[in-house]
Structure formats: C-alpha cells, structure tokens
Design a protein around this ligand. Structure first.
Ligand code: GRF
Length: 197
C-alpha cells in the first residue's frame, strides 16, 4: 500500500507513521506533502529519504478550488492508495474529500464525537473531563465527523494545563495512528480501541 502523509507543522505524527512502515509492514510512505513550505516535518521526511512536496496555500488567496486542484495533482502524481492527514491544518472542501473518500484518514486530538475543531484540550479541561484522548477517523465532508477507526485514551491529571494534556494526548497519537494504519494496510477496518495508559 502506498501512503501519502499531509502535514502543516512539525510532523511528529508523520514521523511515527513513517517510522512504522518498515520490514514486513504492508505499506510504505511515498510522499509527505505540506501546505507550508517551512514545515519542520518536510526536513524530517527528507532525512528519511521520503519524497516531499509543498503546495503553499497562500498564493491562492482564498481560491480554495485552485489550491485543492494543485494539491490533488501533486497527490495523484505519487499514486497513493491512502492519504493520512497528520496535523494538516487546512479544511478540505466537499469536492476534494469526495475524490478521496474511503481513502483518506485523519487524527484528531479528542475522543470524538466530543470536541470537533480546534482547542480540544482547553475545552476538555473546561468541561471537567477526567479522560481525554485521540481519534483516527475516515475523512468525510463534515469536519471531524467520519466513521471512527480507532481511539486511544489518557487520564486528565490534577493541575493539567492545555499544554500538559496536549503532550500526553500526542504521545497516545503516536501509538494509535501507526496501529490503525497497520490494520488498514492489512485490510482490517475494524475499530481499534487502545486502553488508557
Ligand atoms: C496533533 O495533535 C494532531 O492531532 C493535530 O495537530 C497536531 C499535529 O502534531 N491535528 P504533529 O505535526 O503531528 O506533531
């Protein structure tokens, strides 16, 4: 299975995914693509010998269709079977999602359906939640709403700040995303639930 990974930032999830695809793993990373040419993750991918590309959204100045057409062309050139969004911070339109539906997944830092969108950790703390976590789901046109493929849970601890909780959840993301990817690559779409750690 050929896997393209879309990032916008440091790419720690991308690194976890890429580093998992070795040996007898049935998938390989074929492209790391960023909408930010300065994303730290591009250098990390390059250092691993993975082809990289950037499609900067800024020159498109709000012309989402043109930006997504460029994104689509760059992706098609790499012929991926699966696209993993990993901290990709652009909302994708229905048209783009429809072209890749069933072949595009995302990781979100909350236990969906709770806290779609941004600031998930601050919202979990504000609500007094005792547990937080992350979700890997299929990407559908509605934001953070597709079928859930896996979740991992972490405790919320006394004195947690959004940053300390984010760090704990991020560690869980790095366990969950490669585990779900491996299952998908092996043809298993059954939901995976990792116990709290
Ligand atoms: C992760 O928390 C991911 O869930 C969210 O953005 C963050 C990206 O981190 N969507 P990284 O770029 O993978 O380090």
């Amino acid at each position: 299975m050929r896997v393209a990974i879309l990032i916008s930032g440091g790419g720690s999830n991308m690194t976890a995914l890429a580093d998992s695809m070795t040996g007898d793993h049935p998938a390989r990373p074929v492209l790391v693509l960023s909408n930010r040419p300065d994303a730290g993750g591009l250098a990390r991918a390059d250092a691993r010998g993975i082809p990289t590309a950037a499609v900067d959204h800024r020159p498109y100045k709000g012309d989402r269709a043109a930006f997504e057409a460029a994104l689509h062309d760059t992706l098609c050139a790499a012929q991926p079977d699966l696209i993993c969004l990993a901290g990709f911070m652009r909302v994708l339109t229905e048209g783009f999602v429809a072209r890749w539906q069933g072949r595009m997944i995302n990781i979100h830092p909350s236990l969906l359906p709770k806290y779609r969108g941004l600031d998930t950790h601050a919202r979990a703390l504000e609500a007094g939640d005792t547990e937080a976590g992350c979700t890997v789901h299929e990407v559908t046109p509605a934001l953070d709403d597709g079928p859930i493929l896996g979740q991992a849970r972490v405790p919320v601890r006394a004195g947690d700040t959004p940053d300390s909780l984010a760090a704990r959840v991020l560690e869980a993301e790095h366990r969950l995303y490669p585990a779900v990817l491996r299952r998908l690559a092996e043809g298993d779409r059954k939901r995976l639930d990792l116990p709290q750690r």
